[in-house]
Design a protein around this ligand. Structure first.
Ligand SMILES: *[C@@H]1O[C@H](CO)[C@@H](O)[C@H](O)[C@H]1NC(C)=O
Ligand SMILES: *[C@@H]1O[C@H](CO)[C@@H](O)[C@H](O)[C@H]1NC(C)=O
Ligand SMILES: *[C@@H]1O[C@H](CO)[C@@H](O)[C@H](O)[C@H]1NC(C)=O
Ligand SMILES: *[C@@H]1O[C@H](CO)[C@@H](O)[C@H](O)[C@H]1NC(C)=O
Ligand SMILES: *[C@@H]1O[C@H](CO)[C@@H](O)[C@H](O)[C@H]1NC(C)=O
Ligand SMILES: CC(=O)N[C@H]1CO[C@H](CO)[C@@H](O)[C@@H]1O
Length: 377
C-alpha cells in the first residue's frame, strides 16, 4: 500500500523543523531529545505488541475510522448504513461519544476521532475499517472545505456578530454543527477569521482591485494555498493527519500522553518513523481499508471481505433472537429486521438480493440522506 504521508518536500520540512525548534525547544524540557526518544520508543513498542487477533474476521462492533476528506460520508451512507439497520447504528458521535459503548446491541460506529477511541470500546470486540486517500488530494480538499464552510459566514457584517449569532444558534437547536467536529472546529474558525480580515482590508483600501485568475492564489480574498499548507495549524492537523489518526496521536486524541508524544515527533522528526510504523501495523490489522482513488475495486473487494461477513453475522443474530423468543431479557440486541422468515433457503436468497442491492452504488444518492452530520465527506 502506498503511503503518501511523510513525503513532504525536504526543504519545507527542514524549515518547519527549525521554526518548531525555535518555538518549542528552549522553553520546554519535556521535548528534549533523550526524553522524546525514550517515550516515543516505549509508546511504539507497547502499541506494536498489542496483538489484534484475527483482524480480518468481523467482530461485534464495526468501527469506521473516518479520516476527514476521504469520501467517507458517501462510503458510510452507500455501503455501511445499507448493510446495518438504523437500530444497530450507534448514535452519531462525531463531536463526542454519545452512547455507552458497553451496552450491547450496537454494531456500527463512525467518527472522525482517532484510533485512541478504541480504548473506550469493549476490547477484543471491534473491527476497524477506514479509507486512505492520496495525501496531496486530501490536503487540497481540506483547504477547500475549510474555505467553503468559512465563507458561509461572510453574510455577516463582522466577526463579532458571527460569534454572537453562533452561540445563540448553538444553545437553541440540539443539532451538531460542523464547527463542533474535529478537525473543522479548528480549521473553520481559523479560516473564517482570515476571510474577515482580508475583507476588512479590501474595504479599507477601496475598490480598485484586479484579481488574478488563479483561485488558489487570490490573497486579497482568501488565504492562498501555499500559505495554507505552510501554516502550523495545517501542519499540525492536516498534513500527517491520517497517520496521526491511525496512531491515535491526533490533536484530538483521548490518550493522556498523546499531546506530548506528538510534540516530540514534530520537534524531532526522526522519531516519526515509530509513529509511521504503528500506523502501518494498525492498517494491516484492520478489517478493511478502502482506497479513495480505487473506488470501484475497493467496492468489489469490500463486498467479498466485509459485506458477506456482515450479512452472515446479522443473519445469525436474527436466528438467535428468534430462538430466544420466550426469553425476554433486556440484554438482547435489537433484531436485524422483523421481516426475516425462517427457512434457510429464503434467508440466503434474501441475503443475496439484499447484498446486491446494498452494493450497487448507483442506487445510492447521498443527497437524499441528509440527516445528521453532513459537513464533510
Ligand atoms: C458588527 O456588525 C453589527 C451589525 O451586524 C454592528 O451593529 C456592530 O457595530 C459591528 N461591530 C463592529 C465592531 O464593527
Ligand atoms: C491567467 O492569467 C495569466 C496572466 O495573468 C495568463 O497568462 C493565463 O493565460 C490566464 N489563464 C487563464 C485560464 O485565463
Ligand atoms: C489542536 O490544534 C489547534 C490548532 O493548531 C489548537 O488550537 C488546539 O489547541 C490543539 N488542541 C490540542 C488538544 O492540542
Ligand atoms: C435466557 O437466556 C439466557 C442467556 O441468554 C439463558 O441463560 C437463560 O436460561 C434463558 N432463559 C430462558 C427462560 O430461556
Ligand atoms: C418477560 O418475562 C417475565 C417473567 O420472567 C414476564 O412476567 C413478562 O410478562 C415477560 N414479558 C414479555 C413481554 O414476554
Ligand atoms: C411463513 C411466514 O412467516 N411468512 C412471512 C414472511 O415474511 C413476510 C413479510 O415479512 C410475511 O408477510 C409472511 O407472513
Amino acid at each position: 500500500m502506498e503511503f503518501y504521508e511523510w513525503r513532504m518536500d525536504h526543504a519545507l520540512r527542514f524549515a518547519l523543523m527549525l521554526i518548531l525548534l525555535a518555538i518549542v525547544h528552549p522553553s520546554s524540557r519535556s521535548y528534549d531529545f533523550e526524553h522524546c526518544k525514550n517515550s516515543v520508543k516505549q509508546w511504539a513498542s507497547s502499541s506494536l505488541h498489542l496483538d489484534t487477533k484475527d483482524g480480518h474476521i468481523l467482530k461485534d462492533m464495526l468501527f469506521f475510522l473516518h479520516v476527514p476528506r476521504t469520501g467517507g460520508r458517501t462510503y458510510f451512507h452507500c455501503f455501511l448504513m445499507k448493510l446495518y439497520s438504523s437500530a444497530l447504528e450507534c448514535p452519531q458521535s462525531y463531536d463526542k461519544l454519545r452512547f455507552n459503548p458497553h451496552k450491547p446491541g450496537y454494531r456500527l460506529f463512525v467518527t472522525h476521532d482517532d484510533y485512541s477511541m478504541m480504548s473506550k470500546l469493549p476490547t477484543e470486540k471491534n473491527s476497524v475499517v477506514t479509507i486512505l486517500r492520496n495525501t496531496i488530494e486530501r490536503v487540497f480538499s481540506a483547504d477547500e472545505f475549510s474555505v467553503e464552510v468559512a465563507t458561509r459566514f461572510l453574510v455577516h457584517q463582522n466577526l463579532t456578530s458571527v460569534l454572537k449569532m453562533s452561540s445563540r444558534i448553538r444553545s437553541k437547536n440540539g443539532g451538531i454543527s460542523t464547527l463542533e467536529i474535529w478537525p473543522w472546529k479548528y480549521l473553520v474558525p481559523w479560516m473564517r477569521e482570515d476571510l474577515f480580515t482580508r475583507r476588512d482590508e479590501r474595504k479599507r483600501r477601496g475598490p480598485h482591485y484586479t484579481y488574478g485568475n488563479d483561485s488558489y492564489d487570490m490573497e486579497e480574498i482568501v488565504m492562498p494555498l501555499h500559505e495554507y499548507i505552510n501554516h502550523l495549524v495545517a501542519m499540525d492537523i492536516v498534513h500527517n493527519g491520517a497517520t496521526f489518526q491511525f496512531a491515535g496521536l491526533s490533536n484530538n486524541s483521548n490518550i493522556r500522553e498523546a499531546h506530548e508524544l506528538r510534540q516530540c515527533v514534530i520537534t524531532h522528526e526522526i522519531r516519526g518513523k515509530y509513529v509511521l510504523k504503528v500506523a502501518k501495523k494498525r492498517l494491516d490489522d484492520m478489517l478493511y481499508v478502502w482506497i479513495t482513488e480505487d473506488h470501484r475495486e475497493s467496492a468489489t473487494m469490500f463486498e467479498n471481505v466485509v459485506g458477506a461477513q456482515v450479512i452472515s453475522q446479522l443473519m445469525a443474530s436474527t436466528a438467535n433472537n428468534n430462538n430466544n423468543n420466550n426469553n425476554n431479557t433486556s440484554e438482547q440486541g435489537p433484531s436485524v429486521s422483523d421481516s426475516t422468515n425462517d427457512t434457510t433457503d429464503d434467508q440466503d436468497g434474501e441475503a443475496y438480493a439484499y447484498l446486491l442491492n446494498v452494493l450497487s452504488p448507483e442506487h445510492c444518492s447521498p443527497a437524499t440522506l441528509d440527516n445528521g452530520y453532513q459537513g464533510s465527506s
